[in-house]
Design a protein around this ligand. Structure first.
Ligand code: PEP
Ligand code: MG
Length: 568
């Protein structure tokens, strides 16, 4: 058995087709007619742009807009004057043939991108290599590998599955994909997931280990791959495959359905996102809104603070993608385990208990005011709500509301539109906020319970320390009592109460959360349908009975065992 990165879920069973790129060897001799060689390059470039545009169009109709954006990015790179003028200067000054000039320039750009740490730049390097291959093929008049006509039940094995190759794939015939490079967020992974083809990536040397026609089984979740599997493995994975497909079909039945219990109590089912682009996935997975947009990722992915306008565009994009559905945007939650090197914050003895989130923002108005202004401006384009993280005292929340009022007055003065009735709420993720929930409920429009931190702070256990991980469990009666109290106090005080910590997607906790009266569940986009299904399996009477019994128990182990025994 081999193990790689499980990058697209599902079980693939089929026969290997090795995808080998044709030779792109060329005669590397000095040229004499510079003008003719430049013309040859420019003609190839034009053809390449047209071809890539056509591929993007095809991708848009067959797969989706987001996936087409990858190829549209290639078009922009091809049109980049910096790259083409570098190629032309290689032809003119170095007397290189067009092929050599293209190869050298693209390799230089790819090297430059891959030397940068950021994953996005690593991906750019792959894109440049893909473009290089496409340009060389046009210059050398070499045919593309035709993946459109592979037989049914094919498992493609390639060094990398580039967007150009994927564009031609017919998903009905491809049972799986195995590659030597790429990770969960590489374009090959994104495309495999969009086409719903099971894929395992980053399996060292896989191309040389297989031969055409060889039987193969792959598990796109665990990353396991079996070459020439024995009868028992084949039978085991055939059964797993059927089960996976059945479950997937059963979940698809929940698309477009209301999120409600078996006896009709309706709740809201939203999703957590980290980047504006993730909003599309929420819509695809039938989310009813965004329950948590972690804006710190906008600040983490780059070398300097995003400007107010950049933030405005990001928030507006999410609001518009959600088309009027609620979008809860959390203001900057840095510190703890989320570092932003360029802010130059000092090292702390206890970062989780230190200068983080709202504590930092209230002292760094240069960071906070532009974010609040961007959020208010974007609120004119959808149902944006503002959420404040790591609140411990009412004063902190009041300070934010005062700042918002001041910014609103500035916007009024300049006649800049925003939602004057914008809802402002808090994350309840500290014991202090939980104990003061009744007071906060009178001041905040909504709560969202952050169980990831609430568990950490309630149990006084570092959420990342393996030595005390046994204490880090939301099933602890202390944490559950806190959650129950927050939900009840919040609702009594008139605040909508949601949950955006991981516990919201835990099927064992669903009956308890329903019984406590949770209004909104916010989970990862891929957990939306499974959570909707779990909610639909419970009546309130059953959920109340489970909650009553669980809440009478004294230990984490007892509660967990009991919840497992009654899980649906
Ligand atoms: C939480 O603490 O539960 C939460 C949702 O926030 P984060 O995981 O970003 O700290
Ligand atoms: Mg948190």
């Amino acid at each position: 058995m081999y193990t790689g990165i499980g990058a697209s879920a599902g079980i693939g069973i089929g026969s290997v087709v090795v995808v080998k790129e044709p030779s792109l060897a060329y005669n590397n001799v000095a040229i004499s007619d510079v003008a003719a060689e430049k013309a040859r390059f420019n003609e190839a470039l034009e053809k390449c742009i047209a071809k890539t545009q056509a591929m993007a169009e095809d991708m848009k109709t067959r797969v989706g807009e987001k996936e087409a954006e990858i190829l549209e990015g290639h078009v922009l790179l091809l049109m980049d004057p910096e790259m083409s003028s570098q190629i032309e200067s290689n032809i003119e000054n170095e007397k290189m043939c067009a092929e050599a000039a293209v190869e050298q320039t693209c390799d230089l750009f790819a090297q430059m991108f891959s030397s940068l740490e950021d994953e996005m730049f690593q991906q750019r390097a792959t894109d440049v290599c893909d473009i290089k291959t496409r340009l060389l093929k046009i210059l050398l008049d070499v045919e593309d590998v035709d993946l459109a006509s592979v037989p049914e039940g094919t498992v493609l094995v390639a060094e990398d599955l580039t967007p150009s190759m994927t564009a031609g794939i017919n998903p009905a015939n491809v049972a799986g994909v195995l590659t030597e490079i790429g990770g969960k967020t590489s374009h090959s992974a994104i495309l495999a997931r969009a086409l719903e083809i099971p894929a395992v990536l980053s399996i060292e040397g896989i191309v040389s280990k297989v031969e055409n026609g060889q039987k193969v089984v792959l598990d796109g979740t665990s990353g396991h791959v079996f070459l020439s599997p024995d009868e028992a493995t084949l039978a085991e994975y055939t059964e797993k495959r059927e089960k996976y497909l059945e479950e997937k079909a059963a979940l698809a039945a929940f698309i477009g359905k209301e999120s409600s219990t078996a006896d009709g109590r309706v709740v809201e089912l939203c999703a957590n996102i980290g980047k504006p682009e993730d909003a599309l996935k929420v819509v695809e997975c039938d989310g009813e809104g965004v329950g948590l947009f972690r804006t710190e990722f906008l600040f983490m992915d780059r070398p300097q603070v995003p400007t107010e306008d950049e933030q405005f565009e990001a928030y507006k994009k999410v609001a518009e993608t959600l088309e009027g559905k609620p979008v809860i945007i959390r203001t900057l939650d840095i510190g703890g385990d989320k570092e932003i090197p360029y802010l130059g914050l000092g090292k702390e003895e206890n970062p989780f208990l230190g200068f983080r989130a709202i504590r930092l923002c209230l002292q760094r108005e240069d960071l906070y005011r532009p974010q609040l202004r961007a959020l208010l401006r974007a609120s004119a384009f959808g149902d944006i709500k503002i959420m404040v993280p790591m609140v411990t005292c009412v004063d902190e929340f009041r300070a934010v509301k005062t700042m918002l009022k001041e910014i609103m007055a500035e916007l009024d003065e300049k006649s800049i539109p925003y939602n004057k009735d914008i809802k402002v709420g808090i994350m309840v993720e500290t014991p202090a906020a939980s104990l003061m929930a009744d007071v906060f409920a009178k001041e905040a429009d909504f709560f969202s319970i952050g169980t990831n931190d609430l568990t950490q702070y309630t149990m006084a256990v570092d959420r990342g320390n393996p030595d005390v991980a046994y204490l880090y469990s939301t099933y602890n009666p202390a944490v559950l009592r806190s959650i129950e109290r927050v939900i009840k106090a919040g609702k009594e005080g008139g605040a909508m109460v949601g949950m955006c910590g991981e516990a919201a997607a835990d099927p064992l906790l669903t009956p308890l959360l329903l019984s406590f009266g949770l209004d909104e569940f916010s989970v990862s986009a891929t957990s939306i349908l499974a959570t909707r299904k779990t909610i639909s399996l419970w009546t309130m009477e059953e959920a109340n009975a489970v909650a009553e019994k669980a809440m009478s128990m004294a230990t984490e182990a007892e509660i967990q065992e009991y919840l497992k025994s009654v899980a649906k």
